[in-house]
Write a protein that binds this ligand. Structure first.
Ligand SMILES: NC(=O)c1ccc[n+]([C@@H]2O[C@H](COP(=O)([O-])OP(=O)(O)OC[C@H]3O[C@@H](n4cnc5c(N)ncnc54)[C@H](OP(=O)(O)O)[C@@H]3O)[C@@H](O)[C@H]2O)c1
Length: 323
């Protein structure tokens, strides 16, 4: 099969097509013929050599989410059979014509959704569900601030927060990106290149912040949080270290938390998949949640897809398609 291999850490052109053996499914896994694979910022970090895959994951083929048709099932797989259309969360290996996934990390392709749309769901929806709702405990009526609102994660977080009744504020890097966030239902979107989000939001206050930026956003986030507010980190692209006042945390009883999905244990991801299917799949069915695909690339053009992601020109998801 064709697979996109990171031949060495480096720029996008280190992603090259190679011939690799089709993997075999383990006892509790399915083999998926991949029709589409999502591109995520962590794949870029892996390509650069700064985000190594966890033990057991494919070492040099990136790709954290796919959609396709099941080709074969391991002996203990009960829910799925050959021919079923699924999307799946995987710890690597998605940029290929075939991949294996734990059967409990697969969900059905929503009715009427293409493989390209379905592959854009697992990494972002699982990440947002866990961080915004499980760790961040976002409630209806609360104010939530989503940094990077036009990212793959951001468009997912905005839609889910709105579907669950929160008031959504976002940041993004251009007027066009802000308009995209507003059109998804955000009440306020701040162009962080021209405006200070802390200044603009301090009169409202925020209950939950989903942050992937870090750096100088950290003390601003903390100052913005209302009493009992929650700050949830999923990355720190501007830097992981910062000075802030612990007095603020004590006085307003703030919670600072965060997580990374890829290295979590199999059982955790299975429980998360079940929760996502119960909570989010009905929203997709009711058209309260839609895919936002910025551009599709053929699998062989993965390097161009990474260049686009690093340009940050995109709004929403970038996907690779096969066949
Ligand atoms: N912890 C986890 O489990 C987990 C899982 C998946 C993804 N992530 C992280 O989540 C983030 C989003 O991932 P993705 O795949 O959705 O990537 P993406 O679409 O490339 O998103 C990155 C976003 O950051 C925005 N950005 C950059 N600097 C900013 C700033 N100073 N203020 C506000 N926004 C800024 C970019 O927009 P502009 O350039 O226009 O500002 C872009 O929208 C990444 O950092 C990724 O590593 C974490």
């Amino acid at each position: 099969m064709n697979a996109i291999v990171i031949v060495q850490p480096g720029p996008p052109n280190v992603l090259q097509v190679q011939d690799r053996p089709i993997p075999g499914p383990g006892e509790d896994e399915v083999l998926i013929k991949v029709f589409a694979a999502g591109v995520n910022r962590p794949d870029v970090a892996q390509r650069k050599g700064v985000y190594p895959p966890p033990p057991g994951a494919p070492v040099d083929v990136p790709g954290l989410e796919v959609a396709g048709i099941i080709e074969a099932c391991g002996e203990s797989v009960k829910r799925w059979k050959k021919g079923d259309s699924v999307c799946a969360l995987i710890a690597g290996g998605g940029y290929a014509e075939y991949t294996v996934a734990n059967a409990l990390h697969c969900l059905p392709v929503p009715d009427g959704w293409s493989f390209a749309q379905a592959c854009s769901l697992p990494e972002t929806v699982f990440t947002v569900w866990h961080n915004l709702f499980q760790r961040g405990r976002l409630q209806a009526g609360e104010n939530v601030l989503i940094h990077g609102g036009s990212s793959g994660i951001g468009i997912t977080a905005i839609q889910l927060a709105i579907a669950f009744g929160a008031n959504v504020f976002a940041t993004a890097g251009s007027e066009e990106k802000c308009n995209a966030c507003l059109s998804l239902g955000a009440e306020i979107c701040i162009n962080y290149k021209t405006q200070d989000f802390e200044e603009l939001l301090k009169s409202r206050g925020v209950d939950v912040i989903l942050d992937m930026i870090g750096g100088d956003y950290i003390p601003k986030n903390i100052r913005l949080l209302k009493p009992d507010g929650r700050l949830v980190f999923i990355n720190a692209m501007k830097g992981a270290e910062s000075a802030f006042s612990v007095s603020d945390i004590m006085r307003r009883r703030l919670t600072i938390t965060g997580s990374t999905l890829r290295n979590r244990e199999t059982e955790f991801k299975a429980q998360l998949a079940a929760e996502v299917e119960k909570q989010v799949w009905p929203l997709i069915k009711n058209k309260q949640f839609k895919s936002v695909i910025y551009r599709e690339f053929p699998l062989a053009e993965a390097a161009a897809a990474h260049s686009l992601m690093e340009s940050s020109e995109h709004i929403g998801k970038i996907v690779l398609v096969n066949g």
